[in-house]
Design a protein around this ligand. Structure first.
Ligand code: PLP
Length: 402
C-alpha cells in the first residue's frame, strides 16, 4: 500500500514534466565552467555550466582552498559537536565577528546553511512577540515560508515587491501589534530586486521589524560585498539580515546579522541552531578567507556587473529574449515544464550548454524558466557560444509541437 501511494505521487509528478533528474557534474577547479558528465549511454561528454551560483568563483580561489586544507590538517574535518557542546572554535568566532563587521551590525550567528538560518530566525522571532504577525512577500523562498510556518503566528502575504499593497495591509494593523516584514533583497529565480528603501520606510512608519534574505546579494552587491541593503539604505537600517556562504562566497553555510540582543535570542532558542553539529572549523576558516578577500578587492562587484552587462549585450545581439531585470540573474521565461526540459536537453546534449530547467516547486506551475548565471570565469567566446545555441534552440523548440 505504502509503495503504491508513493509511486502514484511520483507518476503524477513525472506526467507533469516537473520530475527532477540530477546531472552528475564532474566539477573541475582547473577548467570551470567546463565540466564532464556521463550521458545516458555511458559516454563521457563536456559542457559549460551556466547555472552555478558560484558567481565570483570563490569556490575555486587558491587562498580559500589553502585555508580549508591548512585548518583541516590542524583541526581535523568535523567539529565534533554542537555549538554548545565543544563545537565552537576560534574559527567560528572569527567568522562571526567578520560578518558583523561586513554588515555593520553588533553581532552575527552562523548556521549550517541559510535555509537553516531562515528556519531558526523567522521561527523563533515570530514566536517571541505575543500576537506577532509576519508580512511576507508572495515570492519568498521556501526556507522563509517554512520558518514562518514554524513561528505559528499570524501571517499576511503581500504582492511581490508591492510596497503599496504592503502598506494597505500595515495600515489595518494596530501600531502596537508586533510585526515582521519578511522579504528577499534579490529574488533568486526572477532576478527582481525589492524596493528596500520603501519597505524600510514603511517598517519605521508602522512600527514593524524588517527581516531580509540577502542570500543572492551578499558578496555580489554593496560595499565589500555587504549586499543590497547596504547599497540601497546603508548599514543599520534593517533589523536582521540573512546571508549564505554557499553562493557568492563559494563555500557552505549560512548566517544572520543583527543587533546583539536579537542574535542572543535566536542563539538561545532556535532549534536549527542549537540541535545540530556546528560547521567544520576548516570550512569556517575557508569562508573567512573568502569574505575577507571579497571585502578587500575594490571594484570586484562593479567588475562582475560589467561582466553581466557584456553577457546580456551578447544575448541581445543574438535576439535571445530574456527578462530585463536589474540584477545579475538572467531569466528566460518558458512557462511550460515539458518545453523547458526539452530546451535544456537540447542545449546540453547538442550544444554542451548546461542550464537546469527551473520547474515546480521552485517556481509556480506555468512559470517554468531557464535561469542563466554568468560567473567571472565565463569568457566572451563562451557567452557567444551559449547565445548562439540558445537562439537556435529556442527557435526550434517553440516551432515544434511540444
Ligand atoms: C533566497 C534563498 N534563501 C535561502 C536559500 C538557502 O541558502 P543555503 O543554500 O545556504 O541553504 C536559498 C538557496 O537556494 C535561496 O535562494
Amino acid at each position: 500500500m505504502y509503495d503504491n501511494i508513493l509511486n502514484a505521487h511520483l507518476d503524477t509528478l513525472k506526467q507533469s514534466g516537473s520530475y527532477r533528474y540530477f546531472l552528475n557534474v564532474q566539477k573541475s577547479a582547473q577548467s570551470f565552467p567546463e565540466f564532464t558528465f556521463e550521458d545516458a549511454d555511458g559516454h563521457q561528454k563536456t559542457a559549460l555550466n551556466w547555472c552555478s551560483n558560484d558567481y565570483l568563483c570563490m569556490s575555486l580561489d587558491a587562498d580559500v582552498l589553502q585555508s580549508l586544507v591548512r585548518v583541516a590538517e590542524e583541526s581535523g574535518v568535523g567539529a565534533g559537536g554542537t555549538r554548545n557542546i565543544s563545537g565552537t572554535t576560534v574559527h567560528h568566532n572569527r567568522l562571526e565577528s567578520c560578518l558583523a563587521n561586513l554588515h555593520g551590525t553588533e553581532s552575527a550567528l552562523i548556521f549550517g546553511s541559510a535555509f537553516m538560518a531562515n528556519l531558526g530566525a523567522l521561527g523563533t522571532l515570530g514566536k517571541a512577540f505575543p500576537g506577532c504577525i509576519i508580512l511576507s512577500d508572495e515570492r519568498n523562498h521556501a526556507s522563509m515560508i517554512e520558518g514562518i510556518k514554524l513561528a505559528r503566528c499570524d501571517k499576511q502575504i503581500f504582492r511581490h515587491n508591492d510596497a503599496e499593497h504592503l502598506e494597505s495591509l500595515l495600515r489595518e494593523l494596530p501600531l502596537e501589534r508586533p510585526k515582521i516584514i519578511a522579504f528577499e533583497s534579490l529574488y533568486s529565480m526572477a532576478g527582481t530586486i525589492a524596493p528596500i528603501q520603501e519597505f524600510v520606510r514603511l517598517a519605521k512608519r508602522y512600527n514593524a521589524l524588517t527581516y531580509v534574505d540577502e542570500v543572492h546579494a551578499v558578496a555580489v552587491y554593496g560595499r565589500g560585498g555587504a549586499g543590497l541593503v547596504e547599497e540601497h539604505v546603508g548599514e543599520g537600517q534593517v533589523d536582521m539580515i540573512n546571508g549564505t556562504f554557499a553562493k557568492g562566497f563559494g563555500t557552505l553555510g549560512g548566517y544572520i546579522a543583527s543587533r546583539a540582543l536579537f542574535i542572543d535570542y535566536v542563539r538561545s532558542f532556535a532549534p536549527s541552531f542549537i540541535f545540530t553539529t556546528s560547521l567544520p572549523p576548516a570550512l569556517c576558516a575557508a569562508t573567512l578567507t573568502s569574505v575577507e578577500k571579497v571585502r578587500s578587492q575594490s571594484g570586484l562587484q562593479e567588475a562582475y556587473q560589467a561582466h553581466v552587462r557584456s553577457f546580456r549585450r551578447i544575448l541581445r545581439e543574438h535576439s535571445v529574449p530574456f527578462d530585463d531585470n536589474p540584477s545579475h540573474i538572467t531569466r528566460i521565461f518558458i512557462g511550460n515544464a515539458a518545453r523547458c526540459k526539452a530546451i535544456a536537453d537540447i542545449l546540453l546534449h547538442e550544444h554542451g550548454a548546461y542550464l537546469q530547467p527551473i520547474n515546480f516547486p521552485t517556481v509556480p506551475e506555468g512559470e517554468e524558466c531557464l535561469r542563466l548565471t554568468v560567473t567571472l570565469r565565463h569568457s566572451e567566446a563562451q557567452m557567444r557560444h551559449l547565445a548562439s545555441a540558445l537562439a537556435q534552440t529556442l527557435d526550434s523548440v517553440s516551432s515544434s509541437s511540444i
